[in-house]
Write a protein that binds this ligand. Sequence first.
Ligand SMILES: O=P(O)(O)OC[C@H]1O[C@@H](O)[C@H](O)[C@@H]1O
Length: 185
Amino acid sequence: MSAEKQVVVGADFAGFPLKSAVADHLRERGWEVVDITPSDENLPMYHRVGFRLGAELAEGNFAKALAFCGTGMGIHIAASKVPHVHAAVAESVPAALRAAAANNANLLAMGAFYIGAPLGMAMADAFLEAELGSGYENWPGFYEYHHIGYLECENFDYEAYKANNFEVVDPMEATLGDQPIGLAY
Ligand SMILES: O=P(O)(O)OC[C@H]1O[C@@H](O)[C@H](O)[C@@H]1O
């Protein structure tokens, strides 16, 4: 969980009502929610909201962001163009949790065309309250294996990768142990 319980949120016109419901919910749970789209007048296009949310992460102003548009797809693609953004789209609570626990995602996008307010609130809680490895403590190597995935994404340099014959430069190694019996995703 973010130590300071701060999160930045933003929406286009399609995601605005869902964003407002989720933001109100988070504030009731003690989060400081900074909304880059507080009014439904003159809302930026979805991808520009994604760029701006990504910038808040890249600049170190926030550890996590929530993005809302019609499906979550466009805003997540745009945010992913910003350095240091690890963006996910989810349509279920387990997927939102897994984005944080396995992928160390720092931005969760959701789509108001498909997600009702109660589900959006629960997805936001799951995503914000988890960190890399949360819930998988009994799976040997889970953290190490996924940490490598995170680091190699974070440090990915396409030109260096291309120059290395499309192989990761200095790949790290970790063994993912057997999945514990009964682990539910
Ligand atoms: O990425 P998705 O939501 O599919 O499309 C981007 C936006 O285009 C419009 O339909 C809506 O504003 C939607 O949020």
